[in-house]
Design a protein around this ligand. Structure first.
Ligand code: SF4
Ligand code: SF4
Length: 299
């Protein structure tokens, strides 16, 4: 997906949110269970949605509102990247759909994967295939409640540019997207992935269709992922975006483990290995996390 605004993990406005989410994720995944994972993610989504909804109006009471609505889906024809927990949550949701619908969605996912995996990113842009979760009859998302942060961030203040970008098959459309409502889900998403990475799990991001195809090909992908089995593989066409993101996540995870979000702000590159730590390191990290939580609560 392309967009107007961007997101920088160093942005001081969103860094406390990113840091608090990273630390929360790390702590809640001490228990490596599907319920701990999905409850953490549900809370992260809820917090992000509430903040993305309320904050722009607080900053500017006269702001324009997004025009997105059910059935409007020009934006659902692009490559979407999502974290491993998000893909697992969507796969779990798909498996709870009524049998006939589930069969349709799963078939679209596996066919969508077969088509897209043979294409380069520019071929995908030209083809503009719909996301397999998009209902072809009513344009709704089969996983709306658990849709990825990348989709939650994408809401335009005017549908006309979305339509134009779709019709032109534009690879990098600049759309009128509310900057705050865009950056809050991204900060939350980076926080989730950093906490996951700090726990030594594979955070992603992964390409959504490929990831769903892989998750839905296994009996219990969440248990396998939590046991550090290689559930997901990288999409060659997304490598240029994914690899730098992974490197950023390593740095953020290092900061979670060493209580050092301040390090990155100071511009110091973290090149220490991710796995800590001495007892002293762990004690310092614990104290730092408590302090960050207190600061986040006081905001
Ligand atoms: S981002 Fe654009 S295409 Fe997507 S739902 Fe909103 S208005 Fe419609
Ligand atoms: S997951 Fe849902 S909201 Fe996101 S691109 Fe697919 S259909 Fe659209």
């Amino acid at each position: 997906m392309s967009d107007g605004p961007d997101f920088d993990v160093r942005d001081p406005t969103y860094r406390p949110l990113l840091g608090a989410q990273a630390v929360t994720t790390f702590e809640r995944l001490e228990e490596r269970t599907a319920s701990a994972l999905f409850e953490m993610l549900e809370d992260a989504r809820g917090g992000s949605d509430e903040m993305a909804d309320a904050l722009p109006g607080i900053v500017d009471p006269k702001r324009r509102l997004p025009v997105c609505q059910k059935g409007c889906s020009y934006c659902c024809h692009a490559t979407v990247l999502a974290s491993a927990p998000e893909i697992l949550a969507i796969a779990a949701q798909v498996r709870t759909l009524p049998a006939a619908r589930r069969e349709d969605v799963e078939l679209r996912i596996h066919e969508g994967y077969a088509r897209s995996s043979a294409r380069t990113e520019s071929e995908r842009t030209a083809a503009a295939d719909p996301c397999p979760l998009l209902d072809p009859d009513d344009g709704s998302c089969a996983a709306h409640e658990v849709r990825p942060f990348a989709c939650r961030a994408y809401h335009s203040l005017d549908v006309a540019p979305c339509k134009r970008a779709f019709e032109a098959r534009s690879p990098n459309p600049v759309l009128p997207i509310d900057v705050i409502a865009f950056r809050v889900p991204h900060a939350t998403s980076f926080g989730v992935m950093a906490g996951v990475r700090a726990r030594g799990l594979a955070p992603g991001p992964f390409e959504l269709v490929r990831g769903l195809h892989e998750a839905l090909s296994g009996a219990d992908p969440t248990a396998a992922w939590l046991a550090n089995e290689p559930v997901f593989t990288d999409d060659p066409a997304s490598r240029d975006v994914v690899l730098p993101t992974r490197s950023t996540l390593d740095t953020l995870a290092h900061d979670v483990l060493h209580g050092g979000f301040a390090e990155l702000d100071a511009g110091a590159a973290s090149d220490a290995p991710l796995a800590p730590t001495t007892a002293d390191d762990r004690r310092r990290a614990r104290n730092q996390r408590k302090k960050q939580k207190k600061q986040a609560r006081g905001r």
